[in-house]
Design a binder for this molecule. Structure first.
Ligand code: IMP
Ligand code: MG
Length: 173
C-alpha cells in the first residue's frame, strides 16, 4: 500500500509560493479581468488559494481531461468536462497543479487556443521537468520538483490524499 511519506513542501512553503505567483500574475495582468481555468480534479485547491490573493477581477471555470499514456509515443487526452464560459476575446489563465509529461496541458492549451482568447497563459504550481514528453511553455511555475510521485494539496493517489495541506512523497507503507 502506498501512503504519504516525506514532506516535500510544507503548508507554509506552499503559501509563500502561491503568494509569489500571485504577485507575478497580478503585475502582468494589471487590473484586467481574467478567467482562471482549473484543470480538474487536482488544480482546485491551488486555484482556490491563488484566486484569493491576486489583484485583478477573476472569473473561474473548470475543465476535466483524461490523458492516455499507454504504449503510444504521442500522448492523447480527451475532454471529460468543458468550460461553461465563452472565452473569445478574454484573458485566460490555465491553472494546473502539476506538469508531468505535458500531455494534459498541451491538449487543454490547443483546445482553448482555437476559441481565440485575447491572451492564454499557463500557471502551474509544480513542475516535474524530468518527465516531460511534450514541450509546453509554462508562463508561471511555482517550483520544480524531482521525478517522484507526490500527493497532497489537490494531488491524489487513487483519488486519495488531496486534502493534505502539504505536498508529500508517496512511500510504501
Ligand atoms: P501530464 O499530462 O503527464 O503532464 O500529467 C499531468 C497530470 O497527471 C496532473 O494534472 C496530475 O493530475 C497527474 N500527475 C502527474 N504527476 C503526478 C504526481 O506526482 N502526483 C499526482 N498526480 C500527478
Ligand atoms: Mg491535474
Amino acid at each position: 500500500m502506498a501512503i504519504p511519506g516525506k514532506v516535500l513542501l510544507t503548508e507554509k512553503e506552499i503559501k509563500k509560493k502561491v503568494r509569489d505567483l500571485a504577485k507575478k500574475v497580478s503585475f502582468d495582468y494589471k487590473r484586467e479581468e481574467v478567467i482562471m481555468v482549473g484543470v480538474l480534479k487536482g488544480a482546485f485547491v491551488f486555484l482556490s488559494d491563488l484566486m484569493r490573493v491576486v489583484k485583478f477581477p477573476v472569473k473561474v471555470d473548470f475543465m476535466a481531461v483524461k490523458s492516455y499514456r499507454g504504449t503510444e509515443t504521442t500522448g492523447k487526452a480527451k475532454i471529460l468536462l468543458d468550460l461553461r464560459e465563452e472565452i473569445k476575446g478574454k484573458n485566460v489563465l490555465i491553472v494546473e497543479d502539476i506538469v508531468d509529461t505535458g500531455i494534459t496541458l498541451n491538449t487543454v492549451k490547443k483546445i482553448l487556443e482555437k476559441r481565440r482568447p485575447k491572451t492564454l497563459k499557463i500557471c502551474a504550481l509544480l513542475d516535474k521537468r524530468g518527465r516531460r514528453r511534450e514541450k509546453v511553455k509554462l508562463d508561471y511555475v511555482g517550483i520544480t520538483i524531482p521525478n517522484k510521485y507526490v500527493v497532497g494539496y489537490g494531488l491524489d493517489f487513487e483519488d486519495k490524499y488531496r486534502n493534505l495541506p502539504y505536498v508529500a512523497l508517496l512511500k510504501d507503507g
